[in-house]
Design a protein around this ligand. Structure first.
Ligand code: NCD
Length: 305
């Protein structure tokens, strides 16, 4: 049985196939409208979400399937003390596939071990978020037409931002990629990303504090929110939350074909004045996420269209 817990479980060829499938869905939606008829997706969200949960649900509806689930732990038996494993075992009696978000790193991996139904990691703590990476990859593919020869700046909370960890891992497999990590010292990318992902592949990266100085060399700028819920104290959060605010002014030195991405939600990191800049891609990214989740559901359920 196939699950998606970590983006690295998908080969670059499988990623290309998912992208090709998403592009075909965009071009021919009617062809897919009944593809998952009679199938059910469960969304088990033990943490807040807007885009990930609703795009999974919209994806399943657009494939002709149905959806059940919960959007907060407090409305499930987790509030009574049920284990994640028992909750997932139970839901696997009702659904054909599960998308699950949990604050504990590794919870979706544990849930997948018994192979009840395919499990998709929809975000586990500060660890990984592979389906956001699928949205990011389709966006990069559509904006840049390639995954090679790119300088990618990631800015903000690189320590707790799970979307950053999955995206860096995925992009590290392509030729001629460079990373610029832009963060305050306290929120630098975790050591394991450097020692296990970047250094073994000899991928150039630098860690800097100034967004303005980094701007001119970037092909992609991936902004992120400071992850308040993963901080140990509010004081640190308040001190760090507004370190980077992208405004039209700061884009003056940027490349004309820069692509600005953000997994959203944004709090204050991108001024709404940037939204009308043709380089702003974050709402396209939202839509791309739905198409990639449709492609992923088809793959994991082994539906042929
Ligand atoms: C991200 C997440 O949940 O990690 N949101 C999302 O799924 N698009 C980013 C975030 O919450 O900052």
């Amino acid at each position: 049985m196939k699950h998606l817990i970590d983006i690295m479980e998908l080969s670059t060829q499988e990623l290309e196939e998912l992208i090709a499938c998403a592009e075909d869905i965009i071009a021919n939606p009617a062809k897919y409208a009944q593809a998952c008829r009679g199938k059910k997706l469960a969304t088990l969200f033990f943490e807040p979400s807007t885009r990930t949960r609703l795009s999974f649900e919209a994806a399943m509806y657009e494939l002709g399937g149905q959806v059940l689930g919960f959007s907060e732990a407090s409305s499930s038996s987790a509030a009574k003390g049920e284990s994640v494993s028992d909750t997932v075992h139970t839901v696997s009696c009702y659904a054909d596939i599960i998308a699950m978000r949990h604050p504990k790193e590794g919870a979706p991996l544990v849930a997948s071990r018994r192979n009840w139904v395919p499990i998709i990691n929809a975000g586990d703590g500060g660890h990984y978020h592979p389906t956001q990476t699928l949205a990011d990859l389709l966006t990069i593919h559509r904006e840049k037409g390639r995954f090679t020869g790119l300088t990618i700046g990631l800015c903000g909370d690189l320590k707790f931002g799970r979307t950053v960890h999955s995206l860096v891992s995925a992009m590290s497999r392509y030729e001629d990629i460079r990373f610029v990590f832009i963060s305050p010292e306290e929120l630098q990318v975790p050591e394991y990303i450097k020692t296990d992902v970047l250094e073994p592949r000899g991928i150039p990266y630098k860690e800097v504090a100034s967004l303005e100085n980094a701007m001119p060399e970037l092909d992609i700028l991936y902004m992120t929110r400071v992850q308040r819920e993963r901080f140990f104290n509010e004081e640190d959060y308040v001190r760090l939350k507004d370190t980077y605010i992208l405004t039209p002014d700061k884009l003056r030195n940027a490349k004309e074909d820069l692509s600005i991405l953000h997994p959203l939600p944004r709090v204050n990191e991108i001024s709404v004045l940037v939204d009308d800049d043709p380089r702003a891609c974050y709402f396209k990214q939202v839509l791309n996420g739905k198409y990639m989740r449709m492609a992923l559901i088809l793959k994991l359920l082994e539906v042929k269209v």
